[in-house]
Design a protein around this ligand. Structure first.
Ligand SMILES: Cc1cc2nc3c(=O)[nH]c(=O)nc-3n(C[C@H](O)[C@H](O)[C@H](O)COP(=O)(O)OP(=O)(O)OC[C@H]3O[C@@H](n4cnc5c(N)ncnc54)[C@H](O)[C@@H]3O)c2cc1C
Length: 430
């Protein structure tokens, strides 16, 4: 048995701009039989449930809080190809050919996001264009080398290096010496997207139960998933609990580190002011290891993320720090009002590659997107459904990625990661 995660979602601009009506999803009561029990109502879980139901499986989805309670309902909303780790990490582990498969699937993940938005008419402000911005000259060289390499070895055509006036047409600041524009990247309202997937899953026949934390998964054929007031007996279990699993499966939690990330939303900007920030409505993240990222919402708020914490406590002076960064990058925004701030947890793996796999024969999981899961978690759901249906080739390409537990056991995991992150923060300053 384990402690359920906290139920109350934080107030956020996302919560205050919900545009998808999901309807009532009452807590699970009593005993239920299903083909598949999905645990977790983020993008991984909702996409898995949707794709399984579309294949004809009976599916029960259990969510500890409300749909989108975790990272999916709080994130920066940037929809990007690639992984949370460099493609070199994948090449080293699996070879160039497999790395190419994974890269292509990460592109498919972005296309799938757009398809799902369109097919299910999800009102989530999907927009295209992404900038990966150099903060220093070292980054300019690294980004240019990356562009060349992706064109040469991966046939990736979407990257363009922007500098000077060409860059200012996309982001009006002197803060970046250059940026790599990725025409395949984009952004959306993450909570509405997640709720839209849940709504589509429901229409496809999935029984969704909110406020229904799984407190135990009993292996077996069938397996059982136990909540405080019910039990689902299922042929398969899918765990899409990511950073929020709170010890449900210790086999999984040892492979990820939970780290909090913070976001703010400013007041809505006038059209004229927004055009002096991100005139083409791109999303942007900087090239620092501990990165800042931002985009405009449809009502022209600057949604700005950055700052990490490993003990779950909000860093001191967070809002003032964000405010100062925004004013430095965009002097035109000096004194802009910050209307919202919130945090959410990401699951980081040791090498920042996502962690997909099985526990026993019929419990599947996908986790550890390491801050880069908005698009990939949607594809993970589809791959989980393929694997359960007996077509596991594509899922297994990801599952072949070797993952180690964090060194030092539970006690030393955080101090070691803090140490490593501080090293990279220092490097970011050089
Ligand atoms: C602040 C922030 C900004 C981010 N920005 C970006 C970005 O711009 N681009 C990008 O690609 N990625 C970003 N990410 C990462 C991205 O949001 C995640 O990788 C992705 O949403 C993971 O989805 P998920 O469904 O796997 O996990 P989650 O969305 O975290 O969902 C897990 C769900 O499982 C539920 N759960 C956990 N335990 C149980 C249980 N025992 N029983 C029932 N339910 C349970 C939780 O309540 C939660 O709803 C960001 C993350 C954060 C926190």
């Amino acid at each position: 048995m384990t402690t359920p995660p906290p139920l109350a979602p934080p107030a956020s601009w996302y919560r205050d701009s919900i545009a998808v009506e999901l309807g009532d999803c009452p807590p699970l009561e009593g005993e239920v039989r299903a083909n598949v029990c999905v645990v977790g109502g983020g993008i991984t879980g909702c996409s898995a449930a949707l794709h399984l139901a579309e294949r004809g499986y009976s599916v029960v989805l259990l969510e500890a809080g409300e749909i989108g309670h975790g990272a999916s309902g709080r994130s920066g909303g940037q929809i990007l190809p690639g992984l949370g780790t460099d493609i070199t990490t994948v090449e080293k582990a699996l070879g160039r050919e497999r790395a190419r498969d994974i890269w292509e699937m990460s592109r498919e993940a972005v296309r799938l996001t757009a398809e799902l938005v369109e097919r299910h008419a999800i009102p989530c402000e999907l927009a295209w264009g992404y900038l990966h911005a150099a903060v220093k000259q070292r980054h300019v060289r690294e980004l240019e080398a990356f562009r060349e390499r992706m064109a040469r070895d991966y046939g990736y055509p979407a990257l363009t290096m922007l500098q000077g006036e060409a860059l200012r047409e996309h982001v009006v600041t002197d803060a970046y010496p250059a940026a790599l524009h990725d025409a395949e990247g984009g952004h959306l309202h993450p909570l509405n997207y997640t709720l839209g997937l849940a709504r589509a899953a429901r229409h496809a026949g999935v029984a969704i139960h909110e406020r229904s934390a799984a407190v135990e998964v009993r292996h077996g054929q069938p397996a059982s998933v136990i909540t405080a007031s019910g039990r689902v007996t299922a042929d398969f279990v899918v765990l899409g609990t990511n950073a929020y699993q709170a010890g449900l499966m210790p086999e999984l939690s040892g492979r990820i580190m939970r780290a909090a990330n913070y976001m703010i939303a400013t007041e809505p900007l006038s059209a004229e002011r927004a055009a002096r920030v991100l005139p083409r409505n791109d999303a942007l993240s900087d090239a620092n290891f501990v990165l800042d990222y931002y985009r405009l919402s449809a009502d022209r708020r600057l949604i700005y993320g950055g700052e990490v914490s490993y003990d779950g406590r909000e860093p001191r002076g967070l809002e003032a720090r964000m405010d100062a960064k925004i004013a430095r990058i965009f002097p035109v925004l000096k004194g802009v009002r910050i209307d919202y701030r919130w945090g959410g947890d990401v699951a980081i793996t040791l090498d920042r590659a996502p962690d997909f796999g099985r526990l026993g024969r019929n419990v599947y999981y996908a986790q550890g997107y390491s801050g880069h899961g908005m698009a990939l978690s949607g594809l993970a759901g589809k791959l989980l459904a393929e694997a359960i249906a007996g077509q596991s080739e594509r899922f297994d390409v990801f599952a072949a990625m070797p993952h180690r537990h964090f060194p030092g056991g539970r006690a030393m995991r955080k101090p070691l990661l803090v140490l490593a992150t501080n090293f990279y923060k220092l490097r970011d300053r050089l």
